[in-house]
Ligand binder design. Structure first.
Ligand SMILES: [Fe+2]
Ligand SMILES: [Fe+2]
Length: 252
């Protein structure tokens, strides 16, 4: 296959890049992330469809356990990894509104995972199909509307960094799904609250994280309270004029 892609240099000028038969780094990265999306979507779909076919109570219970633990061990860490890597890059290339939608879907998936574990067998079977479909469509949107734009905004050499960033964040998130401290100061202001929302939803009941910010995080507190009334307790401390901390604890 031959063709041409357009890359933007640091001044925003378009650079034409000729492609030969050998895949570019950007294509390799796109394929690797697409393959991971496909693998996750397939696993969810197999488990959801097995539940929907009406398994015996024993089989259903094992399938539900596998579904729930796969969501927690892979799907949530993947979502969390994207939020601190590729989504930040996407926001920088003018995709803030698309990222907003994707973050909304991440929140939806996190909420549904918590709900899944409280449901009856038939409700779990129905919800697992919804979760599986939502994830599959969500991943396709990332394949089509986020990755190509992000990868065409970096040089071919930098494309490898996009993949290693997301893989590193994924491994970190799998190892420690709820870091005890999040420093928001290096993050773009628009992304900060969503990063916190993603972390606090992964907390175990009774456990806490501390957020560090460069201004009083009261607006964050009000937003958490509006989204999850009585879901979390928050305590704000001023370290100095430009450093504030907020400890957030998940309530039962
Ligand atoms: Fe995502
Ligand atoms: Fe994804």
């Amino acid at each position: 296959m031959s063709g041409r892609v357009e890359n933007l240099d640091s001044d925003g000028a378009v650079i034409q890049v000729a492609l030969g038969n050998k895949p570019t780094e950007a294509q390799r990265v796109q394929s690797a992330i697409e393959a991971h999306h496909a693998e996750m979507a397939k696993r969810l779909s197999i488990l959801a469809n097995s539940m929907a076919k009406g398994a015996s109570p024993e089989s259903h219970s094992q399938l539900a356990k596998d579904f729930s633990s796969y969501l927690r061990s892979d799907i949530l860490p993947h979502a969390q990894a994207e939020e601190t890597s590729v989504y930040l890059r996407a926001q920088k290339v003018g995709l803030s509104e698309v990222v907003e939608t994707m973050l909304f879907e991440h929140r939806y998936l996190r909420a549904k995972i918590d709900e899944f574990e409280t449901l009856s067998m038939s409700e779990q079977a129905a919800l697992s199909l919804v979760i599986s479909e939502v994830f599959s469509i969500h991943a396709q949107k990332e394949n089509l509307f986020i990755l190509p734009q992000v990868l065409s905004s970096v040089t071919d050499g930098e494309a490898a960094e996009v993949l290693s960033e997301i893989q590193h964040e994924f491994a970190e998130s799998k190892r420690a799904p709820a870091a005890s401290t999040i420093d928001l100061r290096p993050l773009p202001p628009k992304a900060r609250h969503d990063v916190v929302f993603s972390k606090i939803q992964s907390l175990e009941i009774g456990s806490s994280i501390t957020v560090v910010n460069d201004h009083n995080p009261k607006p964050l507190f009000y937003q958490i309270d509006a989204l999850w009334p009585e879901g979390y307790s928050c305590s704000i401390a001023k370290v100095d004029d430009r450093t504030f901390t907020m400890e957030i604890t998940k309530l039962g």
